[in-house]
Design a protein around this ligand. Structure first.
Ligand SMILES: [Zn+2]
Length: 95
């Protein structure tokens, strides 16, 4: 997948469709209708990308959460930060 954000597609779509419509009005050229639909298509892609973007950031957040240096005490199974030398509940030596 490309890394172009959704709003770029969205804006590009508006520009393409609006500009083709504008040229069509000026020149009365029917073939520009296809560009108008291409623009609509781009807007659609942009909306889809913007809808699916938050799930991606959620995934990153989850990954960050897992990165939070937690280890379980072998004796009492309490969660400890893995930089701590002793368990904060039972004082079991972790390192
Ligand atoms: Zn413990």
């Amino acid at each position: 997948m490309t890394k172009i954000p959704g709003f770029v597609y969205f804006i590009l779509g508006i520009i393409i469709s609006a500009y083709s419509k504008y040229i069509e009005e000026k020149t009365k050229a029917d073939f520009l209708t296809i560009f108008f639909y291409i623009g609509i298509f781009f807007i659609f892609i942009g909306i889809v990308k913007m809808i699916f973007a938050p799930s991606k950031t959620k995934k990153n957040f989850k990954h960050k959460k897992n990165y939070g240096h937690i280890m379980l005490c072998p004796r009492c199974k309490t969660k400890n930060y893995n930089y701590s030398r002793f368990c904060h509940i039972c004082s079991y030596r972790l390192k």
